[in-house]
Design a protein around this ligand. Structure first.
Ligand code: SAH
Length: 253
């Protein structure tokens, strides 16, 4: 008797491989591959429904495979609009927040952004998104474990224009300055002056910043997304919607 082909079988005919059982956002197939592209397009459609409209950012969000940046146990949630743990008490931001911030950085710029500084590399996902819209990306992480994880996660993309740095991002990275854009994935009490110093005139910074609350001493400070535009006349601050980011901390760990 002929031996059965081992599974998965490759049939001679033009039968397409069995469709993985997958309800949107739940049962993503293990190998993902082409199917993950369709799942990302659905995610981009949802983001568009929330107001995302910059075609460069939509293309970047549709291209970068978020599932490659999260633990295998969380792959099924990779394309939901939710933040996820990435280890060492840190989180990968929600796709809605990543796309919102990157869209803010790109607004008013035609073509690609120039050099961008990201504070808080985390797992490297946002750096990969930025690499699609900028000519060069410098990204700093203060936790060695995550810096190394990001290096591992980004290796397969071979992005020569993304520079992963281990350091205290509160100091910025003067060697790469001036930056066309600066983006922080961690929120502090105020914007460090190093960041605005290293921003180019005409450049834009987007970061979460603690906002004074009227609930008295001891109440958790709320964060808001703050945009700073550096003009020849000085800095222009705009406070946008409330957000929730991990804290900006000084020093290495
Ligand atoms: N952009 C990341 C999000 C990571 S969460 C991603 O796509 O995964 C924010 C990160 O900021 C955390 O990893 C935290 O360790 C880091 N962080 C906080 N303060 C920092 C600082 N002063 N310098 C560099 N990284 C910092």
């Amino acid at each position: 008797m002929k031996e059965r082909p081992s599974f998965p079988a490759r049939w001679g005919g033009n039968t397409s491989p069995a469709k993985p059982k997958s309800a949107p956002g739940t049962n993503l197939p293990q190998g993902l591959g082409m199917d993950s592209s369709a799942v990302r397009q659905r995610m981009v459609q949802k983001l568009a429904g929330q107001g995302l409209s910059d075609p460069r950012v939509m293309a970047a969000m549709g291209k970068v495979e978020r599932h490659r940046f999260v633990d295998s146990a969380l792959v099924n949630q990779a394309y939901e609009d939710t933040s996820l743990p990435i280890g060492l008490g840190q989180t990968i931001s929600k796709p809605g927040v990543v796309s919102r911030m990157v869209e803010l950085l790109c607004a008013g710029v035609t073509g690609k952004l120039g050099r961008v500084l990201e504070i808080g590399t985390g797992c490297g996902y946002q750096a990969a998104v930025l690499s699609e819209v900028a000519s060069e990306v410098y990204t700093i992480e203060r936790l060695r474990g995550l810096h190394e994880k990001a290096r591992e996660n980004l290796r397969f993309l071979r992005l020569a224009h993304v520079h992963l740095l281990l350091g205290d991002g509160m100091l910025g990275y003067p060697q790469g300055a001036p930056y066309a854009a600066i983006i922080s994935a961690a929120g502090g009490e105020a914007i460090p002056t190093a960041w605005t110093d290293q921003l180019a005139v005409g450049g834009r910074l987007v970061a979460p910043v603690a906002q004074p609350t009227d609930r008295g001493v001891g109440s958790a400070a709320a964060q808001a997304l703050v945009v700073i535009d550096k003009t020849s006349q000085g800095l222009r601050h705009t406070v946008l919607e409330a957000v929730h980011f991990v804290p900006l901390k000084s020093g290495l760990a």
